[in-house]
Ligand binder design. Sequence first.
Ligand SMILES: NC(=O)c1ccc[n+]([C@@H]2O[C@H](COP(=O)([O-])OP(=O)(O)OC[C@H]3O[C@@H](n4cnc5c(N)ncnc54)[C@H](OP(=O)(O)O)[C@@H]3O)[C@@H](O)[C@H]2O)c1
Length: 272
Amino acid sequence: MKKVALVTGATSGIGHAIASRLISEGYRVFGTGRRSRENIPVPLLPYGLEYLQMDITNPDSIESTVLEVIAEAGRIDILIACAGMGIAGSVEETTFALASHQINVNFLGTAQTIKTCLPHMRNQSFGRIIIIGSLAGRIGMPYQAYYSSSKFALEGFTEALRYEVKPFGIDVCIVEPGDFRTGFTDSRQKIFGTTPAYATRAKIVLEKQEKDEKNGDNPEKVAILVVRLLAKRKLPIRASVGPMVQRLGAWLKRIIPAKLFEKIYTIYYSIR
Ligand SMILES: NC(=O)c1ccc[n+]([C@@H]2O[C@H](COP(=O)([O-])OP(=O)(O)OC[C@H]3O[C@@H](n4cnc5c(N)ncnc54)[C@H](OP(=O)(O)O)[C@@H]3O)[C@@H](O)[C@H]2O)c1
């Protein structure tokens, strides 16, 4: 019997690559995005994907999507919680509404999707949940405080959830990508210019960050890692993927004094 996977954010980038790879590995894959099926050109979806419309900021939408998968396939073995977006700008310039939206999509939306799948996984005494976090959830990114916070929150969420669901045969892992070439960079909402005091430094940093993303790895690399993780008997707590120098940065942060790491990062972004 084919294992059944639900991949959020399967219309683009990392989610698209993971869904495609799982299909080619023989999984039955349901994938989600916010648009209705009719509004997505078929060639843009992974071949063989069973597409469902879902907005992860809307609990009713999540509930009905999960119930639809259960009605169609009878189970959800694997959840890849990938949907997400980013905002950039100084904390002072970011409105409460935009900050809330960032946290609602990346953290609460992901948490709600997982919560909705849990009773089904618990009933079937099996589940594998892979959360797509970010290396920005290990290192605070300048002028992306809310994005980083949403991904830091997922780190704590993953650690805590693992204890809760282990007795039910459910395993959880957070995958932490560095920079990847996806639609993420162009979709980013930027808030600059309302406070000139921040403008120059913010511009320097964001240009560097976006250049790194555009020169980032192919999302296929995340998909290969996910398939490798799913083949394991037990999932690790976290796994990073992406350009070596960025993964080294996260490792370095763990072993050197915090102030020294901050200094290195400041030099990297030319914002001394
Ligand atoms: N690219 C990178 O360098 C990078 C690095 C680290 C982590 N990540 C993480 O990887 C994940 C995927 O990003 P990506 O790079 O593949 O970006 P992407 O190409 O922009 O894809 C984002 C996906 O999320 C979906 N999405 C966005 N908001 C949603 C919402 N409210 N409800 C449901 N679906 C929503 C989009 O679907 P629709 O637009 O069709 O609704 C799309 O499928 C994100 O969590 C991101 O934070 C990316």
